[in-house]
Each structure stands twice: as C-alpha cells, then as structure tokens.
Design a protein around this ligand. Sequence first.
Ligand code: ADP
Ligand code: MG
Length: 257
Amino acid sequence: EGGSEPPLVVRDLRKTFGGITAVDGASFSVEAGSLTGLIGPNGAGKSTTFNLITGVHKPTGGTVRFRGEDITGMSTPRIANRGLVRTFQIARELEEMTVLENMMLAPKGQIGERFWYSVLPGLRGRVIEQEEELRERAWRQLEFFEIDHLAEEYAGNLSGGQRKLLEMARALLTDPELVLLDEPLAGVNPTLEEKLLDRIHELREQGNTFLLVEHDMDVIMENCERVIVMHQGQVLAEGAPAEITGDERVVEAYLGG
Ligand code: ADP
Ligand code: MG
C-alpha cells in the first residue's frame, strides 16, 4: 500500500471562493517522520491548503493522497480516522466545558457510538470500556503536555498558551500519523513555546509526522529540515532552510513582489 510514496502527496490543488483563487495549483509532498515547514506571506493560501487536505473545504481541483490512498473531498472525520488531523482553535461553545470534557469530546463524532448504543444495547459494556480507555488516553495526553492540573478548569479560562497545548493534546488523542499545525505558537510565551517544540520533536522521534505553518522564521529555520514556500496560492520554492533563505524569489515574495 503506497510503496515508497510519501505519506502526504498534494497535486495541482486548487480552491476558488467566488472570484478569489485561494489555492492555485499547489503541489508538494511531506516525507514520513519529518517536521516540514509551510511558510509564505499572509494570504498565500496556507490555511486553505490545510482545510483542503483535512476535508474542511472541498477542492475545486487537484488531488490529495494520504498513505497511498486518494482522500480528496473525503469528510474530516473519515480523514481523521485514517490518521491525518489538524489542530483546531477551541470554539466558543467548548470554552464552557472543562479541559477534560474537551479531550473526551475529540474522537466521539468519529466513532459514532451513540448510534450503535441505541440500536444494539448489547454493546453497552463495550462502549463503557471504550470510554474508560479514552479517559485514560486523555489523561496521558494532558500529562504529556503538562496541563493535567487544569483538567477540571473551564477551557475558556485557559491562557492563550495553555489553549494551544490543549489543542495539541486534543489533536494527538487518536495517535495520528500526520498532524497539520496552523500557527500553534501564536500568542504563546517563550517558556510554553519551548515546551511545545520539545513535545513535537519527542513525538517525531516516536514516528509522527508534522507539517507546520509558522510566521517566526527563526522557529522554522531551527526546527524544520524541509520548508515549503507558498505565494499567491502556489508553491514558490521548497528545500532545506538554508536553500530557502538564499532564494531571491522568496525574499521578493515576502517584500510584496
Ligand atoms: P494564509 O493562511 O496563507 O494567510 P489563507 O489560506 O487564509 O492564507 O487565504 C488565502 C486567500 O483566500 C486569502 O485571499 C483569503 O482572503 C481567501 N480566503 C480564505 N478562506 C476564504 C473563505 N472561506 N472565503 C473567501 N475567501 C477566503
Ligand atoms: Mg493562515
């Protein structure tokens, strides 16, 4: 299955919103076990690309392959089930739930257990077992990100940095193979930033793969072995950090060229 194909392969991806072309034929791939950076000026199409890969939006054109399978246009839960997730900001309604409740909520929609529970009461015991398993995994993630002491706190009371840790913990609950991180360090203080980056590297050593959108060029240069540069919906350049910073076209793109 897939052979030597990289886990994520994006080909000629396109997305138009009315008259706006947000993604304009982007092609790139992400290697297994890598921490790959996705950079580009504001409006370059990075977040839209994430939304297309994870099924939040359907592409106007092009294909997304994950682990050798065409996942183009699949729903977000189906894609998550296959091991590809992105971090999401904590929505307003989730602010009124505790950190632990947020964690427990994460994979529920994917399992669809409520439905089975109602039609097959015999599954009750199994469902309760699953809940306990899930609770244990949730605790382990909270401990890993050192926010277990906040388990009973309302998500709405967390600091910006703590929310980012919760977002990560939530995304990682199902042990995904590939995680897309859209500016996970925005609004995070230096101490928490270091903690988050340490955790990412640790998870990578365990075999996870990350695609990271980040504004801070130093963070990209110090942490990513490969960088993809987007500009006006297209991939402008890709390569090692040193190659990227030496690329005149990249400099021009950032200067508004
Ligand atoms: P980036 O994340 O690189 O800053 P985005 O992917 O958010 O860029 O946006 C790319 C372009 O697509 C921008 O011009 C943005 O205004 C537009 N865009 C993004 N999402 C939508 C949407 N839901 N509806 C209309 N236009 C959108
Ligand atoms: Mg964005």
